[in-house]
Design a protein around this ligand. Structure first.
Ligand code: SF4
Ligand code: SF4
Length: 411
């Protein structure tokens, strides 16, 4: 773990939610590579709860986020830097639903089967950056003993989860309680950075009603929100591939909030809070927008760009983000932060074999050896790299170690 200097150069807890976006793009391929077969065609009218496509391997539904007409298919960038086909929907701003929305008073009153079915049809995926279909996490045969809710936001600039927790602490608690009841989970922990006293107080104000939920303060260092670290820190357990192997489920706070809306109003996952920040943005802020919003249209409808030299657009935080060649970037569930930064153009130098990259790697990799080795993937466990970017951050030779590893991983 490393303390990142100048942390939290981020916008306030306020959420701006009144930007109206006309054209919505729903990607037919996710960041993790899930491909959706369209169930609609150009010319069709769609409602918010309509299914637009299905992933044939998992039967996971792709949902619309607006009502309107499908007007085409276009390629746009998504958070992993890939250009993918997107269904283009012209929003009619009528917010129409095919099925009637209702408000459920007691959201603990769902059976496990019904909960899983709703998740599968909701389009909810890991909103902390993972993008993994949430229903798969819950469709385990293992007994789940712990639910860990990840409220750690350790990237510089990012504050979308903080804004969400600040504004919706009560709803998040209600939902965690419901999930533990429905899934028969013994205990839930909300992991929050120990210095985040404002948010801790927000939860503590309402937590007494929920004896099975505890706040778990976590050291304020990077990357303390890493799933494997949280599971070990809180439960003392280790796992091979998936926390459910040892009876743990980890969800980001924004995923929990999406589940809340599903259980309370039968509303699929349609919106996302995203931090827009960096020197190249005139007014950094947290925006709640429709999933499928094109960043270029959002900038046109808001205060837009500041003039800076050599702007670079980064999808994700400064440590883990991916630079995107244009601002035709689609805001998907996994995207928490978009930065417009000034390219530093600092030249990298030769590796001096100082070993700093290996010292800081939370996974225990030796990046310098990976870059040098011929047997890269198998022997040196490159697949275990979580892309945290600490190796690049500490490198005195300014080598983009993480980027090199990521392109090797992709190959
Ligand atoms: S930190 Fe940079 S210079 Fe040092 S060993 Fe790693 S890659 Fe080489
Ligand atoms: S090798 Fe991967 S996991 Fe290790 S510090 Fe670099 S980016 Fe992080």
């Amino acid at each position: 773990m490393v303390s990142i200097e100048d942390k939290k150069i981020s916008p306030s807890k306020k959420i701006i939610d009144d930007v109206k976006i006309q054209i919505i793009y729903i990607p037919l391929k996710s960041k993790l590579g899930y491909v959706y077969k369209p169930t609609v065609k150009v010319g069709d009218y769609v409602c918010i709860d309509d299914t637009l496509g299905i992933n044939v391997t998992t039967d996971f539904a792709l949902k619309s986020s607006v009502s309107g007409t499908i007007v085409g298919i276009e390629k746009k960038y998504i958070s992993n830097g890939h250009l993918v086909d997107c269904l283009v929907i012209e929003n009619d701003f009528k917010e129409k639903y095919r099925n009637k929305l209702g408000k459920k008073k007691d959201i603990t009153k769902y059976s496990k089967e019904c909960f899983l079915y709703m998740l599968q049809n909701s389009g909810i995926t890991g909103m902390g950056g993972g993008d993994y279909p949430t229903f798969i996490k819950y469709s385990t045969n293992n007994k789940i003993n712990y639910l860990i809710v990840n409220g750690i936001e350790s990237e510089i600039y990012s504050s979308s989860d903080n804004a969400l927790m600040y504004n919706y602490a009560e709803e998040i608690l209600e939902c965690i309680d419901a999930i533990t009841e429905i899934m028969d989970i013994d205990k839930a922990y909300i992991a929050i950075n120990e210095n985040n006293s404002v948010i801790i107080k927000k939860f503590l104000k309402h937590i007494n009603t929920y004896p099975n939920i505890k706040i778990y303060p976590i050291i304020d260092a990077y990357p303390s929100g890493w799933e494997r670290y949280l599971v070990n820190e809180i439960t003392n357990l280790n796992y091979e591939n998936n926390p459910s192997e040892v009876g743990v489920i980890v969800n980001n706070v924004s995923t929990i909030y999406s589940i809340y809306e599903l259980l309370k109003y039968n509303r699929p996952s349609t919106e996302k809070i995203v931090t827009i920040a960096g020197a190249g943005v005139r007014k950094p802020a947290n925006y709640k927008v429709k999933i499928g919003t094109n960043f270029s249209e959002l900038m046109l409808k808001t205060d837009g760009y500041s003039k800076i030299n050599n702007p670079v657009l980064v999808a994700g935080g400064a440590m883990m983000g991916k630079s995107i060649p244009t601002d035709e970037l689609i805001i998907t569930r996994d995207l928490n932060t978009i930065l417009v930064l000034e390219e530093t153009n600092q030249k990298s130098e030769k590796c001096i074999k100082c070993g700093k990259c290996s010292e800081v790697c939370p996974v225990g990799l030796m990046p310098v050896m990976i870059i040098d080795s011929n047997d890269r993937t198998k022997k040196l466990r490159i697949d275990k790299c979580i892309g945290c970017g600490l190796c690049s951050y500490v490198c005195p030779s300014k080598i983009e170690v993480r980027e090199i590893l990521e392109s090797m991983k992709e190959k």
